[in-house]
Design a protein around this ligand. Sequence first.
Ligand SMILES: Cc1cc2nc3c(=O)[nH]c(=O)nc-3n(C[C@H](O)[C@H](O)[C@H](O)COP(=O)(O)OP(=O)(O)OC[C@H]3O[C@@H](n4cnc5c(N)ncnc54)[C@H](O)[C@@H]3O)c2cc1C
Length: 483
Amino acid sequence: MKTVVIVGAGMGGLATAARLANAGYEVAVFEARPQVGGRIGELRRDGYRFDTGPTLLMMLEPLERLFADLNRRVEDYLDLALIDPSYRVYFGDGTVFDSTPNIARMTREIARKISPNEVPGYLRLMADLSAMYHAVVPAFVRRQYDSLADLFTPYQVGLLLRHRLLSNLWWRVGRYVRDPRLQMLFSFQTMYLGLSPKDALWVYGVLTYMESGEGVWYPRGGMHRLPEAVARIAREEGAQIYLNQRVQEVLIESGRAVGARLASGEVLKADYVVINADAPTAYRELLPPTPYATRNFRNSCSALMFYIGYTEPLPHQLHHNVYFSHDFEANLRELFQENRVPSDPSFYTCLSNRTDPADAPAGCENLYVLVPVPNLTGEDARAAAPRVLQTVIERVGLKRERMQFVEMLTPHEWQAMGLWQGAAFGIAHTFFQSTAFRPSVQTPFRNCYLVGASTQPGNGIPMTLISAELVAQRILGTWGRKA
Ligand SMILES: Cc1cc2nc3c(=O)[nH]c(=O)nc-3n(C[C@H](O)[C@H](O)[C@H](O)COP(=O)(O)OP(=O)(O)OC[C@H]3O[C@@H](n4cnc5c(N)ncnc54)[C@H](O)[C@@H]3O)c2cc1C
């Protein structure tokens, strides 16, 4: 039986473990932290429960495919709820707008709150994004790249031209909808990747489609139920998952991975090693020197997080809420060009107790706040946190005396979790760090692979699940070539 060591029990590591164990490999996962899930973490305090990282489950297909490939039904492990409205948007001019994947209701909301003249543009935008999404995912996302030639096949070049994939997202959305509020609404999703919509390619409109077209889902009980479910399947398939076990080094002999050394000094022999640590960190700290170890990857921005136990209802908030800066373009400039904590930041709030009442004591709210801020190459978000919190308090209308506690995560904590430069969303999705240009799941060492957000195809839960598909295909030789 072939043996596999997996470094890290994030979503990518767990999904790879489940797939390989199902294929008959002997799999052992070593996770440095006391819980599985990596960034899909969970915090419990004083009767409150918070998801600490992701809160939006979009693009269900990779999750469904994982379960189907392993002969399981999602509903036997997870209770998924469609959150509709997806979120409430607070624009800087005072407009409050409920975004929904339901086209009829969205049409009404646009006509009522923005202008009936914008409706045809919204409908054309959704149709074009849908067509692009269904073409792009199989052609560019769920795809093995060995060289640039794999990116420029005649079919792909045809798609590139037909959908004008390399045009600018912000500009192009503005051709469909004229109102700046809708331009923001249908392009800000790139910030989920730590990318400014003004710098993003049109192809990243797939994110807008995932959200505004397919909708936002939530596993009842919290996002952390997702990695727990995948860990359960991996164990059912025979994988071993060891917590509180940091891997110090991946062992390479004659250009081939042969195992790993734990921080305790224990040496583990294996036929394959899969690394779920952030790719730049893996190349810098776990593998022998290669040009990747010194490559100056461009990183995504980071996230300043507040988890607030709030002892009074906030009836105006939905499960998900987005607060746009009064000057969104200045916000983007300060964050992405000047590398500063924005003076009037946009932010996002989540109250999972809207869907899971047990997440907060009766009459209270579990208020999660995510503020995009620079990574550790920019202004120190930890120092700016009191000012940012004050902005949140004013915009949401919070009372300090009702804040039972405020827990905080800053780029420093994301870095301590192994994310290079504290970039919460991994390496940025620039053109030269996407598709074939993004670090491959295949490292320069034989039988040694990377899985997760900073590899192909990219950041976000669905992408890390696809990344696990790509790794499993390579190890199992099911994509036309033996690893
Ligand atoms: C604040 C925030 C909000 C987000 N919101 C969303 C969202 O709403 N929707 C969405 O789809 N995505 C979201 N994301 C992105 C999503 O969380 C990630 O893309 C995804 O979880 C990354 O998974 P991964 O497989 O790369 O592993 P990670 O989650 O990065 O986990 C890697 C694991 O490896 C472990 N590890 C690292 N080094 C070692 C070592 N040497 N030895 C042992 N173990 C090690 C780490 O401890 C960690 O557990 C968000 C991310 C953040 C930070």
